[in-house]
Design a protein around this ligand. Structure first.
Ligand code: NAP
Length: 341
């Protein structure tokens, strides 16, 4: 059986997902695309796919069984609610939405529908290195996790594309989600410190140092540097009671020449997480073909949104900003049962 999908948003990641769904993963066919820019959608459409005039026309089309949302964040809420109203499984790129109230509206609609329909694009959970790290922590031999040091470095971001708070409202959601998932914990508060500003970052608040306070008492520190020049560098190390577990340096060819001995660094997220993106879609296709969703949920998207909001408040207050979540709806499992999802 082949899952017939429609893609909303044919920008940078939309086109990358179209490539992977067309050439890499199986069990799926792209039957429709749409974008505000119709010419861009037409250029990105695989052979035989229809170019729809609007997201709502794509979502309501009988030929579309499941939807992939790759538009920008502020458009996600309306498109997610339309997918839920149509009962269609949907993969939504992060962020789920851009405000707490929008996250609650989407969650309420999905809960009322009675089954999970949404998977959020937190692809790190599908990365084999992160999965092995989590297996070690969950295995318990190192004892309870006490601290997680997370490093998120981008070579650069396009000048003028983002507001000054982009590292906190766009980038941090990945670190917030992976921290909750790795430690099977929730964030209860956030602090932010801004060190000396990088001269390469223009108006951006870059770098930033974020401290996530977890419900268990564990602490997570996150370095976000989005203009670090040398490449895309993701690191993580978990300090536990009886040992430390860390992500490995990526295996790469070792080059020896007149510059010394070195290994290449990924240019960007597409290269570093290429296998993780493939795997997140393999798992999404299986669940969506059964009319539901697995993996990172609306609850996880809601949690990440609250953490980003608290981080933005913490920049202003200079202190600890609490994260207050509603009680977890049964649809998203027991509070401590994050390991399987
Ligand atoms: P992008 O290059 O700007 O592409 C977004 C596309 O969606 C653009 O063509 C845009 O058109 C279109 N669009 C915007 N609003 C729309 C709407 N209401 N209906 C239909 N099309 C609409 O951005 P991107 O980098 O691909 O990012 C897209 C999403 O993926 C964002 O939510 C981003 O945070 C997320 N993302 C996730 C990852 C990850 O690691 N998981 C990595 C990159 C991006 P216009 O340009 O004309 O507005």
């Amino acid at each position: 059986m082949t899952l017939q999908v429609g893609v909303i948003g044919t920008g940078m990641i939309g086109r990358d997902h179209i490539r992977r769904l067309t050439n890499v993963v199986s069990g799926v066919e792209i039957v429709g695309v749409t974008d505000i820019d119709q010419a861009r959608a037409a250029a990105a459409a695989p052979a035989g796919a229809e170019v729809f005039a609007t997201p709502s026309a794509l979502i309501s089309s009988e030929k579309v069984e499941a939807v992939i949302i790759c538009s920008w964040g502020p458009a996600h809420e309306e498109q997610l609610l339309a997918c839920i109203a149509s009962g269609k499984p949907v993969f939504c790129e992060k962020p789920l939405v851009t405000s707490e109230s929008a996250a609650l509206r989407v969650m309420e609609a999905e809960v009322a529908c009675g089954r999970r329909l949404i998977q959020v694009g937190f692809m790190r959970r599908f990365d084999s290195d992160y999965r092995r790290l989590k297996a070690v922590i969950d295995g318990g031999k190192l004892g309870a996790p006490l601290m997680f040091h997370s490093v998120h470095r981008n070579a650069s971001v396009p000048e003028g594309l983002y507001t000054s708070e982009m590292p906190l409202n766009d980038t941090l959601v990945h670190d917030a989600d992976i921290s909750r998932w790795l430690l099977s914990d929730e964030v209860i508060g956030v602090e932010v410190r801004a060190p000396r500003r990088s001269s390469r970052g223009g108006a951006l608040r870059d770098p930033v140092f974020v401290l996530l306070h977890m419900a268990s008492g564990a602490l997570v520190d996150v370095e976000i540097s989005v203009n670090i020049a040398y490449g895309y560098d993701i690191r993580g190390e978990v300090s536990c009671e009886a040992g430390v577990a860390a992500l490995p340096n990526r295996p790469a060819t070792v080059i020896s020449d007149s510059n010394g001995i070195r290994q290449a660094i990924p240019e960007d997220w597409r290269e570093r997480f290429i296998d993780a993106y493939d795997q997140e879609f393999r798992e999404w296709i299986v669940a969506a073909s059964n009319g539901t969703a697995s993996g990172p949920s609306t609850w996880d998207g809601y949690a990440a949104t609250l953490v980003a909001d608290a981080a933005l408040r913490a920049v202003v207050s200079g202190g600890f900003e609490p994260v207050n979540m509603i009680a977890k709806p049964n649809l998203y499992g027991r509070p401590a049962a994050m390991a399987a999802e």
